[in-house]
Design a protein around this ligand. Sequence first.
Ligand code: SAH
Ligand code: SF4
Length: 396
Amino acid sequence: MTAPTAPITQDVMTLPRKVADGPVNLIGLTRDQLAEALLEAGTAPKQVKMRVGQLWQWLYQKGVREFDLMTNLSKDYRQMLADKFVIALPEVVSRHLSEDGTRKYLVRIAGGHEVEVVYIPEEGRGTLCISSQVGCTLTCSFCHTGTQKLVRNLTAGEIVGQVMLARDDLDEWPKADRSTQGDARLLSNIVLMGMGEPLYNFENVRDAMNIAMDPEGICLSRRRITLSTSGVVPEIARTAQEIGCLLAVSFHATTDDVRDKLVPINKRWNIEELLAALKAYPKASNSERITFEYVMLKGVNDSDEDARRLVKLIKGIPAKINLIPFNEWPGAPYQRSDWKRIKAFSEIVYKAGYASPIRTPRGEDIMAACGQLKSATERARKSRKQIEAEAGLPQN
Ligand code: SAH
Ligand code: SF4
């Protein structure tokens, strides 16, 4: 069978929440789903709402993973939970620490698939870059993830689970003796800028972020969560309505010709349609500006004329432009624009009245920078293969 020619598809598999008759994983269930599961398990209807709140606090505020430690629940109730449910997170396979403090986790999810999660410490805060899919159906030509075929969508539990395992590694759950770590949270911000197109896995991303934002959940303000999309126009308004987080858009070009090549979803929804959706984004305001991500590719999209076209195009949209020096990966068909060129581009945008920060590449030495994710997975696969070959195991 030949591969379908359509480059863009949403027809991807998501694992069911409940696998056969096995126990249900509590992580990632919405409040309603949890309430329903508890009712089905025999919880008195009058008590369900309270139990949901108690469980969420144990799971997401305290980081507790054993039912036995949930001391405000009766022994019998804890036993019932242990019989019928599990608390399961994705497994951290390896952890790399960059010279600049960036941490990259290779995480294994059900089915043996792997995704990458990156923690970036900053002054007084820290950002976690999480993945929404294994690979990506889209094929942006400058992105390493785009060279990896999509394997599947992550479940809501696997998405919020990335936040939880990072908090484990940062040792950022409240201590039993109630001592706190000071005011600043180590993991204070989330960006959906890892592997995958979050708007092609909308429901799971929404459910996971609603847990991240809930006061009884991870309790992060919606303004500390940024979702980056390559431009799935029909889902943009829904992002404001059903998630309410900040929006970033991978713009990257100022003409359809160039954007068609860099971000092929542009052939489906072009610059004009994308801009119309962004102009209508209900949450956009001066205090909640839309971030336009713009990767700086030498000789491709980095001229003064591009900069001037860009500011004209976005006129009327509360925006800031995030210039991303291209991060190279093995075999990449582009080069990073020269520093002088990036500065000149930034100046034009800035003079037109837009903030135009240049994103400092973080974690480059561990291939953790934007658009570099994938390689560790490949390397890990290779080395496993090598190990198997050396051990004389049959190769498939
Ligand atoms: N799929 C989503 C989110 C993940 S990518 C999206 O495309 O928006 C996060 C950001 O990194 C996007 O703006 C993406 O275009 C950018 N990016 C991808 N590859 C890159 C590379 N090699 N160098 C710099 N930025 C890159
Ligand atoms: Fe997918 Fe985003 Fe990479 Fe494009 S830039 S291939 S949408 S992960």
